[in-house]
Design a binder for this molecule. Structure first.
Ligand code: ATP
Length: 239
């Protein structure tokens, strides 16, 4: 089932007399069970694309459809999308994991009872139960990232957006986050993750879209892309 359709998205930022065409004519789709890696260098337009899909930034042109509906018109993003932005900006640092999960559960439309039940299940599943009452800023970076993903799943969204999910994590936390990404896709959710590391894309995704200066310059099944990389023909695209 097609969960996400992105058609000709466009975003230009204008600030302080400067104009940046951050995203140009970006189109792609993701099905349930599928992980699409958005691969590109810093400043390529990955975060801006994620923000438009999450309904945080309005596109200048183009359309996003989640399960066939426009997130900007019908608050679909609140119900159907979970997003983890870089730096865990989707959690409150002075609340505990349990408080964050319950708060965001209710914010996403769950009853207090259901939010509490789901919070418990997620705390167990993400191995955070023993830290449920510690404020987020006192958790390790890996635990903060696990919590950020748990919070993004509290309303059981069809689509999960992960901006550089393993950036700055140690080896153990990186392995845990990778395992969780595979499990979450295995449950039937669609995942869009951004990365500037080819090995992350290779390990986690079924398909890769390479973005360069705001434009998708290649979109391939991951195995095909890796074969091409080993033949060196794509190396130039990321630089
Ligand atoms: P990074 O990994 O560094 O976040 P990215 O691929 O996610 O890179 P974006 O953050 O989407 O890229 O940025 C794309 C371009 O748009 C960059 O040139 C960036 O400086 C610019 N940009 C992003 N947000 C804004 C903003 N709010 N105002 C002005 N320019 C912006």
């Amino acid at each position: 089932m097609q969960v996400l359709e992105v058609d000709q998205l466009q975003k230009t930022y204008r600030s302080g007399g400067k104009t940046v065409e951050a995203v140009r004519n970006v189109s792609f789709g993701i099905e349930s069970h599928e992980v699409l890696a958005f691969l590109g260098a810093n400043g390529a337009g990955k975060t801006t694309t994620i923000k438009m899909i999450a309904g945080l930034v309005l596109p200048d042109r183009g359309q996003v459809k989640i399960a066939g509906r426009n997130p900007h018109q019908q608050s679909i993003a609140l119900k159907s999308v979970g997003a983890v932005l870089e730096g865990n900006r989707n959690v409150y640092w002075r609340l505990t994991p349990e408080e964050n999960l319950e708060y965001f559960g209710v914010l996403r439309g769950l009853s207090g009872y259901v939010a509490r039940q789901r919070a418990k299940v997620l705390l167990e599943r993400f191995e955070l139960m023993h830290k449920r009452s510690t404020i987020v800023q006192n958790l390790s970076r890996g635990m903060q990232q696990k919590l950020a993903i748990a919070v993004a799943l509290i309303h059981e969204p069809q689509l999960l957006l992960l901006d550089e999910p393993t950036l700055g994590l140690d080896i153990e936390a990186t392995q845990t986050v990778k395992r969780l990404v595979r499990e979450i896709a295995g449950e039937g959710r669609a995942i869009l993750l951004t990365t500037h590391q080819l090995d992350i894309a290779e390990e986690l995704s079924n398909r890769v879209a390479i973005i360069k200066q705001g434009e998708i310059v290649a979109q391939e099944r991951t195995e095909t892309l890796i074969q091409k990389f080993s033949g060196d023909s794509y190396r130039i695209e990321l630089e």
